[in-house]
Design a binder for this molecule. Structure first.
Ligand code: B1H
Length: 809
């Protein structure tokens, strides 16, 4: 039922004329201005609000339907969300994309200029944060009642610029002009404790007497589903000083800055996103952020549970909380604290409820990315939680002792507390012990987790371990990012139903024999390169877009570029197929090795550009500030997708899926989801090279790996590294070459020759335009599996045990 009928509200119109009326009305009443005097910012905010209004109605109906159903909810806890721009998406999902543009033109507004003011909320680092956004999109699309919880950082991931080729970071004050997508919900504010000590009362109950109190102020953004009326939300918390944190006596005494000290201190908790992807860093403020997210979100989840339920035994039946990596793992001891200390439940019941409620997704295998916290820091900040963690650990270790009597080594490895060289809390161990399901994010990753990183736990609880291969939103990463290809696919398949049922893309296979379709396919790819505007649209566009990390091996790609450069220099007369190599991505500000690679890429790009013997054939481009928006422009233009991490290091990757879906061919190792991509698109349509995981482990841990031996035996490799060492690239990048010749942690030199040979295969394949076109179409046709809709269905069936709730009119 339309709630508005009962309220006497007028439904919003679906025509351009009605949209235009609503624009004028919003401009007048919400911005206090008129078309004649409106700034572009006024026009943008008004457009956003007018689109938002059309989703608000669906949101109200969704909330009503969910309340009536009292279903099992999915609560997704994540320290990061990379939502991408909201305007274009919300126009598509609300069905207003066409009428909004007509209405704007009617009012004399330039739609492109107005839409250009939409800002991407960069509340995440990379794949993990974008995965969270894709899963929310798919949950809404599949009508699964869900709420995402996160932190509303004042400053998102830094803006990257280059100065003399080196990365410089600038703050991302993304809400400087306000954020029209956000609904503040001050009534749902929460109180969060930190520090202090614990006391036992006369009944033996524990009380936590905090040393600091901070307020959590929620607001939410809409998460509409595509092709359905479901609109879920993502609720983000912002830290505020409590009332008592303003020191009036200091203010009265003229100490204005000191008067707000405490409030500023509190607000620092949600000030900035930590920009360290896949690395562990042990700062107290980060632990505070994590607890802040967990404490606010759990209280909100419980508040929502109590709207329709009274019995704690029902809690896990109505609630599943998915932990996006270990960052929100404090939710486990926090729920225990709430149940035992505040609700008075016995330990055993509280523990059973807690374990049934949580599930944990692990996103890494890198040992340095497994979070641990020094016990002394943990204890100071969260004294009661440490007691609870100790109790959980004691009971858990008793279980292990029972199962494996006398196996002291196993106890030491599995303990939630690490003893040597320093006492630390191991968050991954806590996350495995306190949940009903643990999953990796690609087949290989899940298998390696169970065989290596979490092996002892898999021995103890084999059925707890699952695989859920990651996926991507087809709405954002093909429909919105690649409108021309989407139209062509719709034309080819005769319907656009594939957008919500991506397996239908297999229907494109029969069109590989259709000359006209193939011609259009190529024309679309070319037009997307023109739209991107970086390099010759007829060149092979070779794309590596991802965070900078040594394990991802941008340095290997760079060695290939230098090799090509030197080959062209050595034999200038030959016909080389023009290639544009595109890099985009950020390095963590303190990750010097990664920043050296960035600087060297820019130097090599400049040297090649300045060399007329080489620049007609080879161009290196590196647009700064890679984010969801830039990715959406690059991905549709790519011919070749570089997925060249050392086997066994990339948990899954999701850029690999986005590129394949948009018709790029992959050059890659047997790592993460590359394996599943190759299995599906076919070995003939994928360029495979390099060591596999067992070979890499053997070489690395056999202890006999000598990068210098590869350098000495391979003339082209030696010459590439020597060029760097000799300062041929503006004197930049010696650190990169030295690191490769020193330890070469990620076996770059061992994979060099195989990679170079494989790139020659790429060149040959590229020369055969017809064959390449077939492979490109087949990559798209066979990528349906990588829809986040499939991922969410896997979670729903295997881990969450939830069903859809239909939102009816
Ligand atoms: C991934 C992270 C990550 N794995 C710590 N781990 C962070 C770890 O700020 N931190 O402390 C931030 C991020 N991110 C990525 O997750 C994997 O490397 C990708 O392979 C994977 O596709 C992605 C989504 O599962």
């Amino acid at each position: 039922m339309d709630v508005r009928n009962g309220m006497g509200l007028r439904p919003l119109g679906t025509s351009a004329a009605e949209f235009e009326q609503d624009l004028l009305s919003n401009l007048y009443y919400r911005r206090g201005t008129t078309v004649e005097s409106a700034s572009t910012q006024d026009a943008y905010e008004t457009l956003a609000l007018t689109v938002r209004d059309r989703l608000a109605e669906r949101r109200v109906r969704t909330a009503a339907a969910h309340y009536a159903a009292n279903p099992r909810w999915v609560y997704y806890l994540s320290a990061e969300y990379l939502l991408g721009k909201q305007l274009e998406q919300n126009m598509l999902y609300s069905g207003t994309d066409r009428i909004a543009r007509v209405a704007m033109k009617q009012l004399g507004l330039d739609p492109d200029e107005v839409e250009g003011l939409d800002i991407e909320p960069g509340l995440g680092n990379g794949g993990l944060g974008r995965l969270a956004a894709c899963l929310l999109d798919a949950m809404a699309t599949l009508d699964i009642p869900a709420v995402g919880y996160g932190i509303r950082y004042d400053l998102g991931i830094f803006k990257q610029a280059f100065k003399d080729g080196a990365q410089v970071e600038k703050p991302d004050d993304w809400t400087y002009q306000g954020n029209p997508w956000e609904f503040p919900a001050p009534d749902d504010q929460q109180t969060v404790f930190f520090y202090g000590h614990t006391e036992r009362d006369e009944n033996g109950r524990t009380q936590w007497i905090p040393g600091e109190i901070v307020l959590g102020e929620p607001s939410h953004m809409l998460v509409p589903g595509h092709g359905t009326d479901t609109v879920n939300i993502v609720r983000l918390w912002r830290a505020r000083g409590s009332e008592s944190s303003f020191d009036l006596s200091r203010f009265s005494a003229g100490q204005y800055a000191e008067a707000v000290d405490e409030a500023v201190h509190a607000e620092n908790i949600s000030k900035v996103l930590y920009p360290d992807d896949s690395t562990e860093l042990g700062r107290e403020l980060r632990l505070k952020q994590q607890y802040f997210l967990v404490s606010c979100s759990l209280r909100d989840i419980i508040r929502r549970f109590r709207l329709r339920n009274t019995d704690w035994a029902e809690f896990p039946k109505k609630t599943v909380i998915q932990l996006n990596d270990t960052h929100p793992t404090l939710a486990i001891p926090e729920l225990m604290r709430l149940l035992v200390d505040e609700e008075g439940l016995g330990w055993d019941l509280a523990w059973a409820l807690t374990k049934q409620t949580f599930a944990y997704t692990c996103h890494t295998l890198l040992p340095e990315a497994l979070e641990t916290w020094p016990v002394h820091m943990f204890e100071r900040l969260l004294p009661r939680h440490l007691e609870i963690v100790y109790e959980i650990n004691e009971r858990f270790l008793a279980e292990v002792r029972d199962r494996f009597p006398g196996d002291v080594d196993r106890l030491r490895r599995m303990s939630i507390i690490q003893e040597e060289p320093e006492r630390r809390v191991r968050m991954a161990n806590l996350a495995v012990v306190g949940t009903q399901a643990v999953n990796g994010v690609a087949e290989l990753h899940s298998q390696l987790l169970a065989e290596t990183t979490l092996r002892d736990f898999a021995d103890l609880w084999p059925t707890k371990f699952h695989n859920v291969t990651n996926g991507i939103s087809p709405r954002r990463f093909i429909k919105l990012a690649n409108p021309t290809l989407s139209s062509l696919i719709t034309e080819g398949l005769g319907s656009d139903a594939w957008i919500n049922d991506l397996d239908q893309l297999t229907g494109l296979e029969r069109l590989t024999g259709d000359a006209a379709f193939r011609e259009k396919w190529r024309a679309v790819k070319r037009a997307n390169k023109v739209r991107l505007g970086l390099g010759d649209p007829d060149s092979l566009t070779d794309v590596m877009i991802k965070r900078f990390h040594e394990y991802k091996r941008q340095q290997l790609n760079l060695l290939h570029i230098i090799t090509l450069y030197q080959r062209i220099k050595a034999s200038p007369g030959r016909a080389y197929a023009p290639r544009t190599v595109l890099f985009a991505g950020k390095a963590a500000p303190a990750y010097h090795a990664a920043k050296h690679i960035i600087r060297l890429i820019n130097a090599v790009a400049a040297v090649i550009d300045a060399d007329p013997a080489v620049s007609p054939y080879l161009k290196v481009v590196f647009p700064p500030n890679y984010n969801v928006t830039l990715g959406s422009l690059i991905i549709p233009a790519a011919d070749l997708s570089e997925q060249i991490s050392l086997a066994g290091k990339e948990a899954s990757g999701t850029g690999n899926m986005k590129l394949a879906l948009n018709g790029a061919l992959t050059i890659g190792t047997l790592d993460g989801a590359n394996i599943e991509i190759r299995d599906r698109v076919g070995a003939d349509n994928f360029f495979l090279f390099g060591l596999d995981t067992p070979a890499a482990l053997e070489l690395r841990h056999g202890g006999a790996y000598q990068p210098r031996a590869f350098y000495e035996q391979d003339e082209e490799l030696r010459s590439a590294l020597d060029a760097i060492l000799d300062g041929k690239f503006l004197g930049v990048g010696r650190e990169v070459a030295e690191s490769l010749l020193g330890r070469d942690e990620y076996l770059t030199l061992a994979d060099y020759r195989s990679y170079i040979d494989c790139q020659e295969q790429v060149e040959k394949a590229w020369a055969d335009t017809e064959q390449w076109t077939t492979s490109s179409i087949l990559n798209t046709a066979r990528s349906g599996f990588f829809s986040a809709d499939r991922t969410v269905r896997d979670y729903a069936a295997g881990i969450w045990h939830v069903s859809p709730v239909q939102v009816t009119r």
